[in-house]
Design a protein around this ligand. Structure first.
Ligand SMILES: *[C@@H]1O[C@H](CO)[C@@H](O)[C@H](O)[C@H]1NC(C)=O
Ligand SMILES: *[C@@H]1O[C@H](CO)[C@@H](O)[C@H](O)[C@H]1NC(C)=O
Ligand SMILES: *[C@@H]1O[C@H](CO)[C@@H](O)[C@H](O)[C@H]1NC(C)=O
Length: 829
């Protein structure tokens, strides 16, 4: 297929461009797909069963509610997950419920309930329900993966037909083709492997071929997952050896009747033992689903951290896979300085997106006593990875550091591009913590550009540490705190899982021109990798572009808030995966914006191109950014970044409606708490209100830009696992109802409807790649309609006039040519 792909490009008269190899972007192989569950839904106005009693205990309310929902499922049971929590700011309890059938977990059987004052405000539900009551629906050897790949093949075939050889610069959306090429390569290259493997004598003859063998299923996954073609070929040639090298250790738990968990050692290309358990996942079966028995693996690799479900019985098929790592591709008004003797940093201050829009200056360690009680350079010895040999349990003994090492972030170089980090180099600012380092990059010969960039590692790591800590503190104040699953080594007894600060690699040597973030569940460190960009001389350093750092850290935010802190599998692919990208762009853009409206492009400085790294800048002008919901149907929008761009654009339009109504606050940071811990309203929050019982209502940000950040974060907490655009929209509208009593109901709907997400928006035939046929909805609810009907907008998303002809700078074709594969393709025509 690749050959065919390249031949078609050449025939289209684009061969000249093939030689244009300027600055190839680092692409990280990543797999992500899984069943679209036809019955999963988010209910924003649940109808109450009259029997349902109101109770003061939100968990009691949740239990009663769930029991009502699921009573007829044979063999069914459920558990309220331990990562459920009450949001102190809004008073909403987020209850996460996992389904079990015959004692085995249904890994995508999720109910999330949002409960307040004894009432279920909204809930998402993807519990398995058999098609006919009483019938058990276990299915063997279904192959949804193969169906997904067929749909992807059809899309590529369709696109190739649109190549117009007479107009080399027009009619071909190169990024789109590249994107599809990658999707196909990575996800579908090994789609036939299970059949091949089950017929291979080596594989079958290996000892203990009994069904349900963990190692065979895992090895098949690793063949598909490893980015090394040599390694997959090597494994295929020596299957028996690799199988017998793996060691499976079962961990039987004393209590509970659930199947054991296990770990597997010596797994090729995994950097740590693979964790696993037996589970069900749902596979589509008409308008319902069937249960498929799978091994659920957590596989940590250098560039990926996978949660994969592989059918337990041979032929072992990959049923779903989520990569907890996300690729890239931005500050705020100055914060009032705080007294005391914190650290100082010579940095691009919060608010300066990148070196093209400002100078460095001396900034103070600006920690917020609520978000970072110890400041940025201290953590208990008991939670300190460098002190683990001391085996201290007492978290009152505090280690103070003079480096970029603290409770929220560990920042350092990673020139080797490996996984080690504890002993990597980080600047030491001495007892006074003055992080004032030189940054003065010079033009050099190309061969010396890397060495030149590395001279400024002190300044770069300092910047990464500073930006990352401010992001931690900002998101904290909008509700990404310990119980919500934030990233901290020590949680100050405030709940949530500890020992999971962000590991931030500056100038990561594993690539150029990108960035990525890995989000495992709460209690395991997030990992942020920033790269150099060889798009200019001197090289540009992603660490210095706040928008990119914020985008990456926002993956951690959205992944931990959606579906609960312990479930990192909710933003894996399709629309949900795309929104995972979109939130990062939206928050980065909101953070850099000021009261004088302006359009913004993502990553312009690092990528050294004005339009940045997306198709369009974020803009209220439809001629500048025409994206609507329907745009997702366009060729090339089957990838999380393109989908995310549409979502971020819709949020940008919605947020500016709120700014028009409520005005703009220069500093997005809420006021710092008083000595007694209470939060003053300042000019930031509206005057606090009290309910009929005299209980304080949640504080409401006064201004449009701070309000929208609050609603977007609250929406993440309310929405279901694997949300669609509709679910995320509804969750934001529900968040406004909870926070303000719904006073922005019409502005929100009007904003969404102006970009196609009105009440009459529709989608048919969603695929795990983000495919499907969408209809823009331009209508708002009846109570918001004025006499003037909404304008009949054309759907700008389906035109083909977007080729701006200047994308030679974006060197996608180099990859197409470099990339070849020893495996033959299954190609339908
Ligand atoms: C670290 O600093 C804190 C606050 O200044 C102090 O109470 C603590 O004793 C210091 N820790 C050590 C080990 O010096
Ligand atoms: C980084 O800072 C340290 C401590 O001030 C200094 O010794 C070192 O030379 C600096 N590194 C570079 C590459 O300038
Ligand atoms: C906004 O524009 C006004 C008028 O041009 C200018 O005085 C002000 O400094 C600008 N504010 C910001 C935050 O850029």
């Amino acid at each position: 297929m690749r050959r065919l792909f390249v031949a078609a490009i050449a025939a289209a008269g684009l061969a000249g461009v093939l030689a244009h190899d300027s600055h190839p972007v680092s692409r990280r192989k990543t797999l992500s797909f899984g069943p679209v569950l036809p019955h999963a839904a988010y209910h924003t106005n649940p109808v109450y069963h009259t029997r349902l009693l109101r109770s003061d205990d939100p968990y009691e309310v949740a239990r009663t509610f769930v029991e009502d929902l699921v009573r007829d499922i044979p063999g069914g049971s459920y558990q309220i997950r331990k990562d459920s929590y009450t949001d102190q700011a809004t008073g909403v309890t987020h209850v996460y419920v996992r389904q079990y059938v015959n004692g085995i977990e249904v890994a995508d059987g999720d109910i999330n309930l949002n409960v307040k004052d004894g009432v279920v405000l909204s809930y998402g539900d993807s519990f398995f329900r058999p098609k006919e009551a009483g019938a058990q629906a276990f299915q063997r050897d279904v192959d949804p993966h193969s169906e997904y790949c067929q749909s992807l093949e059809r899309e590529i075939a369709d696109q190739l037909q649109h190549i117009d050889g007479s107009k080399p610069q027009h009619g071909v959306d190169r990024d789109a083709l590249t994107q599809l090429g990658y999707l196909y390569d990575w996800n579908c290259q090994f789609v036939n492997l299970p059949d091949f493997m089950s017929e291979s004598p080596d594989f079958a003859n290996a000892e203990d071929a009994a069904s349900g063998d963990v190692t065979r299923a895992l090895l098949q996954f690793m063949i598909a997952a490893t980015p090394s073609e040599e390694l997959s070929a090597e494994i295929l040639g020596n299957t028996g050896k690799y199988i017998s090298d793996m060691r499976v250790t079962f961990e039987h738990h004393l209590a509970g009747d659930h199947p054991p968990t296990f770990t597997v050692d010596n797994v090729p290309d995994a950097v740590n033992p693979v964790k696993g358990r037996l589970a069900f996942v749902q596979v589509p079966n008409g308008d319902a689903t069937s249960l498929q028995l799978v091994w659920k693996f957590e596989v940590e690799m250098k560039d990926n951290w996978y949660e994969a479900a592989v059918s337990a019985e041979a032929p072992h098929r990959i049923i779903s896979v989520v990569d907890w790592a996300s690729d890239s591709p931005v500050p705020m008004a100055p914060i009032p300085p705080k007294g005391g003797e914190g650290a100082t940093y010579n940095v691009f201050a919060w608010g300066i997106n990148d070196p093209s829009v400002g100078e460095r200056s001396i900034q103070k360690e600006n920690f917020d006593t609520l978000a970072s009680p110890l400041g940025w350079h201290a953590l208990p010895y008991a939670n300190d990875p460098e002190s683990s040999h001391l085996r201290l349990k007492d978290s009152s003994k505090i280690r103070n550091t003079t480096t970029t090492w603290g409770n929220n972030v560990f920042a350092h170089e990673d020139w080797e591009g490996r996984n080690n980090w504890v002993n990597n180099y980080r600047p030491d600012a001495g007892a006074n913590k003055v992080f004032d380092f030189k940054y003065n990059p010079q033009v050099t010969l190309t061969d010396d550009a890397l060495e030149e960039a590395q001279k400024y590692i002190n300044a770069t790591v300092t910047q990464l540490f500073y930006t990352s800590n401010l992001v931690h503190d900002l998101y904290y104040r909008y509700g990404f705190n310990e119980v919500a699953g934030n990233f901290q080594q020590h949680n100050f007894g405030r709940g949530g899982q500890e020992n999971d600060a962000v590991i931030a690699n500056a100038q990561d040597g594993s690539g150029y021109n990108n960035a990525n973030f890995m989000t495992p569940p709460d209690g395991q460190n997030g990992r942020c990798r920033m790269y150099l960009w060889n798009t200019a001389n001197p090289y540009r350093d992603g660490d210095l572009e706040a928008g990119i750092v914020i985008h990456e850290l926002s993956h951690g935010l959205s992944t931990r808030l959606t579906g609960g802190p312990a479930n990192s599998g909710c933003l894996g692919w399709g629309e949900s995966g795309g929104m995972g990208e979109g939130w990062g762009d939206f928050l980065a853009t909101t953070i850099r914006s000021n009261r004088n409206y302006s359009d913004y492009a993502m990553g312009s400085w690092a990528a050294n191109q004005e339009k940045g790294i997306r198709n369009y800048p974020y803009s209220l002008d439809e001629t500048v950014n025409p994206s609507t919901y329907k745009t997702l149907d366009k060729p090339g929008y089957w990838g999380v970044h393109a989908i995310g761009e549409v979502w971020a654009q819709i949020l940008w339009v919605v947020s500016n409606r709120l700014i028009a109504k409520h005005g703009f606050v220069d500093d997005l940071f809420p006021p710092k708490p008083l000595d007694d811990g209470t939060i003053p309203e300042g000019d930031f929050y509206r005057a606090r209100e009290y309910d009929a019982q005299g209980k304080p209502k949640p504080l409401v940000p006064k201004h449009g830009n701070s309000l929208v950040v609050q609603l977007v974060l609250d929406g993440m907490k309310l929405q279901p696992c694997r949300p669609s655009f509709f679910d995320a929209r509804d969750a934001i509208i529900t968040a406004d109802k909870t926070l303000t009593g719904g006073e922005n109901f019409c502005e929100l709907w009007e904003g969404f409807a102006s970009r196609g997400l009105g009440v009459d928006a529709k989608v048919e035939g969603r695929t795990p790649w983000g495919g499907g046929v969408r209809t823009n909805g331009v209508r708002v609810p009846a109570e918001c309609s004025s006499d003037v009907p909404p304008p009949e907008e054309p759907a700008p998303g389906d035109g083909d006039d977007d080729d701006d002809g200047d994308d030679d700078d974006w060197p996608w074709l180099a990859w197409v040519v470099q990339h070849s594969t020893p495996y033959s393709w299954r190609w339908p025509f």
